[in-house]
Design a protein around this ligand. Sequence first.
Ligand SMILES: [Zn+2]
Ligand SMILES: [Zn+2]
Length: 486
Amino acid sequence: MSIEILDGKNCIGGSKILITEKDHSFFLDFGKNFKTWGNYFEEYLQPRASVGLYDLWKLNLIPKISNIYRDDLIVSDFKEFVEKERKLNLETVFLSHAHLDHAGFISILKDDIEIVASSITKKILKALQDTGDGRAFNQFTDLKIREEEIDERGQKKLKQKKDKESIKRNFFEINRNEFEGEIDGLKFKTFYVDHSIPGALAFYFEFENISIAYTGDIRFHGKNSEGSYNFLEKIKKLKPNILITEGTRMTYESESKKESDVYKSSFEVINSNKDKLVIADFGPRNIERLETFLKIAKETDRKIVINIKDAYLLDLLKEDGFNIIDDDNLFIICEKKSKEKKCLNEVKNRYDEKVITIEDINKNLGEFILCYSFWDLTNLLDIDLKDGIYIYSSSEAYSEEQEFDIKRLFNWLHYFNLEPFGIELTNDKPKFSGDFHSSGHASYKDIKFMIDEINPEFIIPVHTEKLDIFKNLYGNKVVEKEYFEL
Ligand SMILES: [Zn+2]
Ligand SMILES: [Zn+2]
């Protein structure tokens, strides 16, 4: 049995962990590495759609494996180079959760590779795809096949066929707290664990003489901490030989602000600014945070307002027991767009009585908490905003999902005279107060407690820049190399 960390070893995100037993292989996560991606690309410098995977392959942004990627993303001239690389007998990807640093590149995998994930994870990825830009790299759940065309100068290009039916990706959906299954002789268990996005899973695998546990991204201080403790209890008894664990916040001083702390500090600010518009900036898929602000809205006689894309996700998640979109205090903002996607218009029609405009908000600014981020701020130009409150309730910039231009944000805040909370800009450097955010990741103390309880023979830290701290604590038990065989 071998474990290869193909990406995401000494960095946070981009996790792609390859496990091979006999001649069968599977992946734990297949994420996009925002750090290496950002070395070459930005919003206006993107890989060329017409050449499929070629740019990513050339720049070493994806593992060089010949037979796992979608054929329709490989230009025919390039096929012979791809075929020279190693081949895998890959059947499955176990996906821990829907953050793109873990799930982002499943979009380029062959459609018949089975993706084991929670049904919540699948819905979040579907919402991301349906409300996104339609590029091949964002086709997580439905693949729109490309075909090669030759232009008048003989150049080969891949083009998406408009009239072609899309292909559904092969998901193995989990919708139970704990699940035990078998795929092609591979025995596995899954556990719902606590993270800053719903539907996060941790895994356990059993081979003939060896067993492995993988935490995915995990914390023990959020709303679903029960799930993480349940995982810990069960895993402890199963005694895995190898623990693959995240270590995002493996610094000695890391402490864990709870959601109740975020509630407290945000309530204080909102309650003492009664007549002002409040903008709350947090990750749209952080449902727990949305619930916190909804609670505050009710207690301060306000309404919460979300954008249409977030409403689309909440509508999908209803099936999984999230009824937040039906709450009487929740409204949906309709923005001035020349053309809205069909699926978003459908949501608008379905929740017609909840749809409001920025002008409605302008009539009584003190009545609302607007869940907006940096990317939505242009919409405020339509009203006469004299002042207001901006609560930055997100993870620190440059961490998980997106890079964030703080300087530009502050220009917007000055323009609208919005008072920032949770973030400061000193000498052009952003500082995060931490009072308005509860991390998605376990603290040093909690990771250490988890490892001590499980007491595995080998520890493989991933999703961390703090390998040295693991090493100090657990010495030779810590696997430092990218390739490990047992
Ligand atoms: Zn992550
Ligand atoms: Zn995550």
